[in-house]
Design a protein around this ligand. Structure first.
Ligand SMILES: O=P(O)(O)O[C@H]1O[C@H](CO)[C@@H](O)[C@H]1O
Length: 315
């Protein structure tokens, strides 16, 4: 697998030989058809475990502007993504691109300060490579967070949403990290997704929300993913509203598919960084600066909530 820095434009299908003589089996790179093998992931996990002392059981993916959770990690050990061979490197503002290992509220954790997205040019297999790497490092429970646009008309900017289910709209166009040969060492060919978001952790989250007096601004709902990078049209938002989506973004779903495929427990949370525009003649437009600004103002609530849920988690 070549590093993301050398991703060529002429991506080839699995099994085809590249111009320089390497095959797509040995050189897995960006594009919808590239894949990542078990051995690739094993190599990356071993590389990381040789560097850090921590043996995390919990992984947290911090979305746009949400990476400050790392400040709560004690005895931290940090590795920038670009120092890990073949690890996808974040290119979007608000995604620092670092793995932070350490102890959070007494639990061994690894935090991803930022993720990668398909719209950056990575294949779904690449954007989810960190999740499989976590699995092979011993992570059993994955927390996924994201910045999202509020579709539900009761949601306000700065509110939060516990994810109870998702709509894989990107999957409708075939963009799914589980497409391709299935390696049973990760998980089964046909994984169920009807209970993707762990019910026990969701119940615990609601209990914590009550205890912290956060009920006024924490909701539960359905997240949807479109590939982006453009924000949605008015008609797309109306469609999402009609089909029962509460918040929308450009990430998370592939990570959850891969995490569930390899048997992890998953908990997801969105910060509503903006409310989507559903009026044809509105002057307002969505923008990434607003997303980051809401993150700056509200992420401390999300951090406190996630940290407390982790503290109270049974393992
Ligand atoms: O989902 P995260 O990574 O939090 O980021 C969200 O924020 C960006 C748009 O502002 C998009 O990348 C969207 O997916």
């Amino acid at each position: 697998m070549s590093s993301s820095k050398s991703r060529p434009d002429n991506v080839e299908r699995r099994g085809i030989t590249f111009d320089d003589g390497s095959s797509s089996k040995s050189r897995k790179i960006g594009g919808a058809f590239s894949s990542v093998t078990y051995e690739d992931v094993q190599k990356i996990a071993k590389h990381i475990l040789a560097i850090v002392k921590c043996r995390p059981k919990i992984g947290v993916i911090c979305g746009s502007g949400l990476g400050q959770l790392a400040e709560l990690v004690e005895d931290s050990e940090t590795i920038p993504y670009n120092e890990i061979p073949d690890f996808p490197v974040s290119t979007v503002p608000g995604h620092a691109g670092k793995l932070v290992f350490g102890t959070l509220k007494g639990k061994s954790v690894v935090l991803m300060q930022g993720r990668t997205h398909s719209y950056e040019g990575y294949s779904p297999q690449q954007t989810t490579l960190p999740v499989r790497t976590m699995k092979l490092m011993g992570v059993e429970t994955l927390f996924v967070t994201n910045a999202a646009g509020g579709i539900n008309r009761n949601f306000k900017v700065g509110d939060m949403m516990i994810i109870k289910d998702h709509m894989n709209l990107a999957g409708f166009s075939g963009m799914n990290p589980l497409v391709g040969p299935n390696d049973e060492r990760f998980g089964p060919r046909f994984p169920p997704m009807s209970r993707a978001y762990d019910l026990d952790i969701r119940k615990l989250a609601h209990k914590v929300v009550k205890e912290m007096n956060y009920t006024d601004f924490v909701h539960e709902g359905v997240y949807s993913m479109m590939v982006g990078p453009n924000f949605e049209t008015v008609t797309e938002c109306k469609f999402l509203h009609t089909i029962g989506v509460d918040a929308t973004g450009m990430s998370t779903v592939p990570e959850v598919l891969v995490a569930k495929h390899c048997g992890m427990r998953v908990f997801g949370m969105s910060l509503i960084t903006n409310v989507v525009i559903m009026e044809f003649d509105s002057e307002a437009t969505a923008n990434h600066e607003e997303v980051l600004e809401t993150g700056r103002q509200r992420s401390k609530y999300m951090q406190k909530l996630i940290a407390t849920i982790i503290e109270k988690l049974d393992s």
